[in-house]
Design a protein around this ligand. Structure first.
Ligand SMILES: Cc1cc2nc3c(=O)[nH]c(=O)nc-3n(C[C@H](O)[C@H](O)[C@H](O)COP(=O)(O)OP(=O)(O)OC[C@H]3O[C@@H](n4cnc5c(N)ncnc54)[C@H](O)[C@@H]3O)c2cc1C
Length: 362
């Protein structure tokens, strides 16, 4: 099989790039697992939060929300819904947040209780509210990216792990699931395995490190307001939000891990439930299900996106950490513009901030 662009990895990074590229050039995407988005992309909290992350992430998130609003409007049922983000803290903590993020509004204690009546009044002084935050139907977004890519001619192959690659004069010859694929450009969208894939292709690792994080869905004694906000303390030590009649909770752990099928540590969920019970009076009655995924990022916490200067025609789209859902549409657009050599001049600083050649990457 021969193609112009071979994308390695069928998570949200690879699928979104296939969506943006397939109309312009022939694309083949290979995924190691038997199903797409088996790893981190199906294990997120499904949030898009404009005030979350460093400046380049906030910019990409604003752009992505605007784009996913358009996508949502084109589908039979919406895939984006309001899910305000409420950060609890002292008056000083809230003021500091509001001073640095234009999308946040300060709420005093009484306003916070009115906005989220199931809070225990003693647990906080005030809150910062981001009404622009969104919850996204990730399976529907992934399906949109896949469908559009395939409709434009992309070939998507599951059960095709890339095990070897050789540079040829005109690109690469890649072995994936026993099949030989030749490609002019190879894209590394391999999530937690991105540094391993770089080694296969003969590129230098960039210090992309997976950190595990868990989420649980729990039942509650009192009914959960479906329009309630996502709630977290100012130190970001946990969060919870309504989820289809239940509560979605996370201990926000960030524990270094190896690439793999990350598993839940049940004791951590039990301990988290105690912490959340101290904040809300909803009354958690049991765990419905729980999962763990890997958030992969380099030392400076920014994605690694762009051509590798040392290995011609090898392109990175990795290191999205905890932001891969909320940046996917804009990051895929930027990556597609870099791959096809059509980056608008005004986005050159943004691309430089994400470059695999930037200072500070291993
Ligand atoms: C608990 C949790 C909550 C999160 N919440 C949010 C959130 O609310 N909002 C947000 O924006 N982000 C969130 N994230 C982060 C987000 O999920 C990730 O940034 C994103 O899913 C990463 O996507 P990816 O495509 O890079 O990785 P993946 O989804 O892991 O995809 C990479 C794929 O590459 C494949 N692969 C690897 N090696 C090979 C090979 N050799 N050959 C072929 N295929 C290969 C893998 O099998 C995998 O399917 C969360 C993450 C976790 C764990």
């Amino acid at each position: 099989m021969d193609t112009h662009v071979l994308i390695i990895g069928g998570g949200i990074a690879g699928l979104s790039l296939a969506w943006r590229l397939a109309a312009a050039v022939p694309v083949v995407l290979v995924e190691a697992e038997q199903s797409l988005a088996y790893h981190t992309s199906s294990r997120s909290a499904r949030q898009m939060q404009p005030s979350y992350g460093p400046a380049p992430i906030q910019e990409l998130t604003h752009r992505s929300i605007a784009r996913v609003e358009q996508i949502s409007a084109s589908l039979p049922s919406p895939i984006l819904m309001p899910r305000p983000m409420m950060t609890l803290g002292t008056v000083a903590q809230v003021q500091a947040l509001v001073d640095t993020h234009t999308s946040l509004t300060a709420l005093d204690h009484a306003q916070t209780m009115r906005r989220s009546p199931d809070l225990r009044p003693a647990g906080f002084e005030a809150a910062a509210l981001d009404e622009t935050a969104r919850e996204v139907d990730v399976p529907a977004l992934l399906d949109f990216y896949r469908r559009e890519a395939v409709a434009a001619g992309a070939v998507v192959l599951t059960g095709h792990p890339v095990s070897a690659a050789e540079a040829t004069g005109a690109g690469f010859s890649v072995t994936a699931g026993g099949q030989m694929i030749t490609a002019r450009i190879v894209v590394n969208a391999a999530g937690a395995w991105a540094d391993d894939v770089a080694e296969i292709v003969g590129a230098r690792r960039r210090g992309l490190t997976p950190y595990r994080r868990s989420v649980a869905i729990v039942a509650t004694a009192a009914p959960v307001d479906p329009a309630g906000p996502m709630v977290e303390p100012a130190d970001e030590s946990f969060y919870y939000r309504p989820d289809a009649g239940h509560l979605l909770i996370s201990p926000c752990e960030s524990v270094r891990a190896e690439p793999g099928d990350a598993q839940v540590v049940e004791a951590e969920i039990a301990e988290l439930i105690h912490r959340i019970e101290a904040v809300t009076a909803l009354g958690i009655t049991g765990v419905v299900r729980a999962w763990t995924g890997l958030r992969t990022q380099p030392a400076d916490g920014l994605p690694v996106v762009g051509f590798d200067a040392e290995v011609p025609n090898f392109f990175w789209l990795a290191g999205q950490g905890g932001y891969g859902i909320q940046t996917s549409a804009a990051l895929a657009t930027l990556a597609a513009q870099l791959v096809t050599g059509n980056l608008p001049e005004q986005d050159e600083p943004l691309a430089a901030a994400l470059s695999p050649q930037r200072a500070g990457l291993n």
